[in-house]
Design a protein around this ligand. Structure first.
Ligand SMILES: NC(=O)c1ccc[n+]([C@@H]2O[C@H](COP(=O)([O-])OP(=O)(O)OC[C@H]3O[C@@H](n4cnc5c(N)ncnc54)[C@H](OP(=O)(O)O)[C@@H]3O)[C@@H](O)[C@H]2O)c1
Length: 398
């Protein structure tokens, strides 16, 4: 063991970001050791990677899988646990960096637990930041941990603002691939099926984020995520569609210049940048050959064909309860869409219907992102009420 081995925990180790993280670790076997690996229910994969990495601890959120996980790791020396509390405890185990890559709001509590330890937070779980960015930042401020974004756009922005004069920033510009429906008509998009929406042109990702990319809700969530991470006013945030996904985002400065970060679309690159920031970590990702691309193209987003983007932008402007409601309604709508409850056009309809009912549990609590952050209890209540509303709307639609 070398002295400067970095201790890594992975929340969501069996998913797509988990796989990319493990690939970076395997490429640099002398530089890392694995503390906690966490999954929801895929114990077969969890046990396999726990053995491969000699992890200290493997935790499955679904308690019914505990016996199976224990059997699979018998004699391996890997500590085993199950259940929600065990997940939170594992996220808080002493480590140097915690990769937060559980999908959705379910990742919030473990992310907060990790943020409270003083470890660096390599954040992929955008939904936690959308619903509770203020709390995550507060926990990091108190513990001394640093947030290092993994989402490729935010990783690009993070690198493009590093060492620069913050007051000189005029705009953060997030690039969007446009997803599989970029050139489809509005009617065709509305009638699209899950199989069609799951075919992302550039990125190989988990189902939820792939559907969000197709609806451009992903870009909307990322705008709110950027607002939370970089503490900028919504007026300074913009989106540009860039189908090749080579320019991962840009920062504009008051001298007229822009700084961008480029690379082939592979999540190993932003993950590697986050693991030991500001040190770099090697990956097997091939170098970007711009001549091979020949040309890179850009176009404005079409908010009429992709109504999830303006819904998210409106929630970002409103702040307070609205982003929590947006996220909860979207998670329910995407789940229902994947279950075949309706075609693709149903997703923005559910989200819009929930948002149009007003903030309910959040009434009077909205802070426009500027005052003290909502408490975890308040956020939990708004999230639960929004999910209930969304489920009722889904039931009425199906
Ligand atoms: N994939 C990408 O390229 C990408 C890029 C940027 C940002 N992100 C963000 O990163 C996050 C993860 O995305 P992904 O594509 O890696 O998702 P994914 O492939 O669906 O993986 C999700 C992971 O989270 C685990 N999980 C789900 N619910 C859990 C719970 N309640 N408790 C504990 N573990 C739970 C899953 O375990 P099981 O396998 O057992 O279900 C799995 O390990 C999302 O927020 C996404 O928006 C992803």
């Amino acid at each position: 063991m070398t002295e400067d081995r970095t201790r890594v925990s992975i929340l969501g180790a069996t998913g797509s970001i988990g796989a990319s993280t493990l690939s970076v670790l395997a490429y640099n076997p002398e530089d890392f050791e694995v503390v906690s690996l966490i999954a929801q229910r895929n114990v077969e994969r969890l046990a396999q990677i726990a053995r491969q990495t000699h992890a200290a601890l493997a935790v499955v959120a679904d308690e019914r899988q505990f016996a199976d996980l224990k059997d699979r790791l018998w004699g391996s020396g890997v500590e085993v646990a199950a259940g929600r509390d065990a997940v939170t405890e594992a996220a808080a185990r002493e480590a140097d960096v915690v990769v937060s890559a559980i999908t959705g709001y379910a990742g919030l509590r473990p992310t907060l637990a990790a943020a409270g330890t003083g470890a660096n937070l390599a954040l992929a779980n955008k939904e936690a930041m959308v619903a509770a960015g203020g709390l995550v930042r507060q926990a990091l401020d108190q513990s001394g941990g640093q947030l290092i974004p993994v989402d490729s756009e935010h990783a690009a922005l993070f690198q493009a603002v590093w060492g620069q004069e913050r007051s000189a920033i005029t705009q953060l510009i997030l690039t969007a691939s446009g997803g599989p429906f970029r050139s489809w008509s509005k009617a065709k998009i509305e009638a699209a099926t899950a199989a069609q929406a799951l075919k992302h042109p550039n990125w190989d990702m988990g189902a939820k984020v792939t559907i969000d990319s197709a609806s451009m809700m992903n870009k909307g969530l990322e705008l709110i995520e950027a607002q939370q991470i970089f503490d900028v006013d919504h007026e300074r945030l913009d989106v540009i569609v860039h189908p090749q996904s080579v320019v991962h985002s840009l920062v504009a400065y008051n001298d007229g210049g822009q700084i961008a970060q480029l690379g082939v679309p592979d999540m190993q690159t932003p993950i590697a940048a986050a693991l030991r920031w500001p040190r770099r970590t090697r990956t097997p990702v091939p170098p970007l050959d711009l001549a091979q691309y020949g040309s890179l193209t850009f176009e404005p987003p079409d908010r009429e064909r992709f109504p999830c983007l303006p819904l998210a932008e409106a929630a970002m402007r409103e702040g307070g309860a609205a982003p929590i409601m947006l996220n909860a309604a979207n998670e329910v709508a995407v789940g229902a869409f994947l279950d075949g409850a309706f075609t693709f056009g149903g997703i923005p309809r559910v989200v819009e219907a929930v948002l149009s009912q007003g903030s309910g549990a959040g009434q009077g609590l909205a802070t426009s992102g500027k005052g003290a952050p909502l408490s975890l209890e308040e956020i939990t209540a708004i999230d639960a009420e929004s999910r209930a509303r969304a489920q009722a709307i889904v039931a009425a639609m199906s």
